[in-house]
Design a protein around this ligand. Sequence first.
Ligand code: SF4
Length: 477
Amino acid sequence: MGLKTKAQYIESLRKLKPTVYMFGEKIENVVDNPRIRAGINATAATYELAEIEEHRDMMTTKSRFTGEAINRFTNPPQSIEDLVMRVKINRTLGGWVGTCFQRCTGLDCLGTLSIVTYDIDKKYGSHYNDRFIDFLKYVQKNDLAANAGVTDVKGDRSLSPQEQEDKDLYLRVVERRNDGIVVRGAKAHQTGSLSAHEIIVLPTRALRKGEEDYAVAFAIPSDTRGLIHVVGRNSLDTRELEGVDCGNMYYSKYCPTLIFNDVFVPWERVFMCGEVEFASEAVGRFSAYHRQSHGGCKSGKIDAMIGAALMMMDYNGTAKVGHHKEKIVDMIYRAETLFGCSLASSYEGRKEPSGTYFIDPVLANASKIHEGKEMAEVGRILTDIAGGYVADLPSDKDLAIPDVGPLIEKYLKGVANIPTKDRIRMLRLVEKMVMESADTISDIHGGGSAAAHRITILRESDLEYKKSCAKRLAGIE
Ligand code: SF4
């Protein structure tokens, strides 16, 4: 196979039978549930763009195993060009869907495991990398989407995994068998776990001797027995279910908590088991890859936000207002700084011993810190330009009532030649992009907290070099 069409991707999800709960109900038909489907549609865009001539060269590359065309979302970076292209892909997709398209964490895991399994084998003579390569070939051959199970629920943050009263608050191995392992625990914020064919699990933090059960990495199908997806609530989360006031007419984001209720993993799908000293490397590389990834998707989302701001200026009659034009510039330079920082982390990447390329972690983390602050500012500017109706627009359902609908249309009119319904649609899109918690909170916490970004920057920066610059200028030997 090699490349799936958008339709084939959606049909392939129908064959999976995951265990899913949402809003107090067990969901049997995931693909046709409007809430989850809006998220699946966003991931489907990663397949759709690969079908479009204009984007095909960007979205696809050749498998190093078969030489066949594959989607870049299944390709651990093998060159600087691969690193750069993923930022460009994310920017394009961010503007296309205006939200998270949920396929990047899987690629971040593929890159991470490609490097870390090789490093573990080098030290221990194990065969994790062979297993991983077999898994990677399977992912590429079937053009699968993967989700990263990294963030443990963590319990009492002042305690290590083994110090917790409940030892399952970090995912761990509870049984080792001849044919595989049994794992128990829960992973939080699993964006797109039901849009994915595979769940790839990595440790969430550095570990030490005595914490071997927590040093585990593996991949399992998203409908594996014992795996439970509990879709979380977020602001605006019932709009798709109600069928109105969606804002973004095609795409959305959802984030389940994934419970691993004594899940069996065969050995051929285990990529780390007990090598505590590599847990830090695994989570560090995953996080850095994902922070690079964010710089692409969020600058793309800002493109859509700038577009919404410009349309609101047209619809409100403020297109020539000087301070609004200034605000557009403020949005553009934030997108470009984010994009530039993420691109720079790619151009400054390097080849690891495994042959996989890794980004510059300082630049990737600087990009993510920038995003955490500046996406909020972009949302504030967009709300400022759009106007107060972002807060409390009447529903589509009220517009459909004969007694009041025409009155709403009369009084929500902006510029005379613009249909009021278009103005309402654009205001709804602004609401969705600025106020949907599932997407906007990821600007801050996606890929780790702001404190984690700072710790990485301090650890990875060459501080001695900076001191030497100052000492030489001051004439100190
Ligand atoms: Fe990809 Fe993460 Fe951006 Fe979602 S938030 S589109 S998973 S980089």
